[in-house]
Design a protein around this ligand. Structure first.
Ligand code: PMP
Length: 444
């Protein structure tokens, strides 16, 4: 057998990338693709940004690698200060890792050790939500309510408990207001804490805006505020996973800023480095940090590439460009254009049940009939078909599978870089429209 990369899908031949410029990628055959999903909601400045490339080269020349048991770096310190300032409140302490999954692992360990430091070793249970995704490593997968990703590895996963998500389109009762639904969804957390015994629960983890599993699902109004109150009532730490929706993707640095809620621990990843380097962060509040500082003074954790200086330099440059070019204003304005364009193109399509999201993380959900919200049979792999039709038209979109029990439908997630123009948005929606039409012909 020839040697080759062990890809995710062993039998599909992938084009080889040959170049990237702005929001466009080019393959070795000369075909171009508009990156309407930032790869996996990662790319925020697009490709080839000179300021980022220069910052990476300068850092690599100075010191390409240090181990955090010996040194810190200016890049890491400056980046931590900027991230903390952007997070606001007392989210002042930033632990750098390399991926979203590692950020989840780190956040869970941080929460657990916090309770040990506070003399409450019985607090070891984590509550998460169904239809959530927090990463693919075993610890992160243990708290991920994504069935198809979990099921093959179930025997290896740690125990966690799951409550219903806050997903208005699928779970609200007929006639229920978003506010009343948000109250009801949050009440499920209190019920679960009481069932488990509040003194045994260490943390509740949730994506502020759900990304990969159900596609750009924003919380109902008031939901997260109620969640915060419930966590406070029982002393449970609130971990918000902003790996996908954080660092500006929804138009505010944290998606939680728009909800008026501050977590105890926040995870960031994709937009932090914008794909220029693999970097993620776990940001914690003064309260959590002081638990360690006034306790053992050591976090029993550590990864070889934590706070990698080239990754920190790249990320710092990305974050500086976002501020310098006022890109969050562009995220908000283009997000409105995108919502309008999606409604314009799919508003009358009876197979598009929901158009949702905020800023530059938006999705369409596909259904057999709008009234009944019946999902397509997952065996039809509709979202994969749309992805393939879009790719053939030079458009990259992020597909999400539906669920056989009907609790989620196929969806297509859009998460273009923050630099998109109004003309880009028109082109993205136009190509997506053609791709959806073509895929629906095959399944209807
Ligand atoms: N949390 C969320 C919310 C994510 O969307 C993802 C990635 N899709 C992860 C965690 C895991 O991140 P990574 O793939 O970088 O490990």
């Amino acid at each position: 057998m020839t040697t080759h990369v062990f890809h995710r899908a062993l039998k599909s031949a992938l084009p080889c990338v040959a170049g990237g410029d702005g929001i466009t990628l080019r393959d070795a055959e000369g075909r171009t693709y508009i990156d309407a999903c930032g790869g996996a909601a990662v790319s925020c400045l697009g490709h080839g940004h000179p300021a980022v490339l220069e910052a990476m080269a300068a850092q690599a020349r100075q010191a390409a690698y240090i181990h955090t048991s010996f040194f810190t770096s200016q890049a890491a310190e400056k980046l931590a200060a900027r991230v903390a300032e952007n997070c606001g409140g007392d989210l002042n302490h930033v632990y750098f890792v390399d991926s979203g999954s590692e950020a989840t692992e780190t956040a869970l360990k941080m929460a657990r050790q916090y309770w040990l430091e506070r003399g409450q070793p019985q607090r070891a249970k984590v509550i998460s939500r169904h239809f959530s995704y927090h990463g693919n490593t075993l610890g992160a997968l243990s708290v991920s309510g994504n069935r198809w990703r979990r099921e093959p590895y179930a025997p290896l996963l740690a125990d966690a408990s799951f409550i219903e998500p806050c997903f208005f389109y699928r779970h609200a009762e007929p006639g229920e207001t978003p506010e009343a639904y948000g109250e009801r969804a949050a009440a499920a957390l209190e019920k679960q804490i009481l069932e488990l015994g509040p003194e045994t629960v260490m943390a509740f983890i949730a994506e502020t805006v759900v990304g990969a599993t159900t596609g750009a699902v924003t919380p109902a109004p008031g939901y997260l505020k109620r969640v915060r109150e419930i966590c406070d009532r029982y002393g449970v730490l609130l971990i918000l996973d902003e790996v996908m929706c954080g660092t500006g993707r929804t138009g505010t640095f944290l998606a939680a800023h728009a909800e008026g809620v501050a977590a105890d621990i926040v995870t960031l990843a994709k937009g932090l480095g914008g794909g220029y380097q693999a970097i993620a962060a776990v940001v914690c509040s003064d309260k959590v940090y002081e638990g360690f500082y006034n306790g053992s003074g050591v976090f029993q954790h550590g990864l070889t590439y934590s706070a990698h200086p080239v990754a920190c330099a790249a990320s710092l440059a990305v974050q500086e460009v976002i501020v310098r070019d006022n890109l969050l204003a562009n995220v908000r304005a283009r997000g409105e254009d995108l919502t309008r364009a999606l409604h314009g193109r799919f508003g009358n399509n009876h197979n598009v049940g929901d158009i949702r999201g905020r800023g530059l993380i938006q999705a369409i959900e596909l259904v057999r009939d709008r009234g009944g919200k019946t999902p397509f049979d997952p065996a039809l792999k509709l979202s994969q078909r749309i992805k393939a039709e879009a790719f053939a038209r030079g458009l990259m979109v992020y597909p999400g599978a539906g669920c056989a029990d009907g609790r989620a439908g196929d969806h297509i997630l859009l998460a273009p870089p923050y630099i998109v123009t109004p003309a880009d948005i028109e082109e993205i929606v136009s190509r997506l429209g053609e791709a959806v039409d073509a895929a629906l012909v095959a399944v209807n």
